[in-house]
Design a binder for this molecule. Structure first.
Ligand code: FES
Length: 103
């Protein structure tokens, strides 16, 4: 599946994602230094904050209580905020657009 990653400058980059990895790993491995992902995917830092395309909301796993708490602590939580380390890549996510939110 392909993801479209939008950086802070609004530039879009299409990247090939690997099923079984996470959106966070996909963004990091594509070399985006705007994504800190400090905890490495343990759902304890909120620095992998992204906004996802609302049309994919039903293809993503539900927000866990931990993720919800962390997003509440984020500076700029929005309607479609997620922690990208909690989003496993599946074929259903082909074409998903994710926007990096600096934390
Ligand atoms: Fe830390 Fe996602 S990388 S919560």
């Amino acid at each position: 599946p392909k993801l479209v990653i939008v950086n802070q400058a609004g530039e879009e980059t299409e990247v090939e994602a690997i099923v079984g990895r996470t959106v966070m790993e996909t963004i990091r491995d594509a070399g985006f230094d705007e994504m800190l992902a400090l905890c490495g995917g343990c759902c304890s830092c909120a620095t992998c904050h992204v906004q996802v395309d609302a049309s994919f909301a039903d293809k993503l796993p539900a927000i866990s209580a931990d993720e919800d708490d962390l997003l509440d602590s984020a500076d700029s939580r929005g309607e479609t905020s997620r922690l990208s380390c909690q989003l496993p890549i599946t074929d259903a996510l082909d074409g998903l657009r994710v926007t990096i939110v600096p934390e």
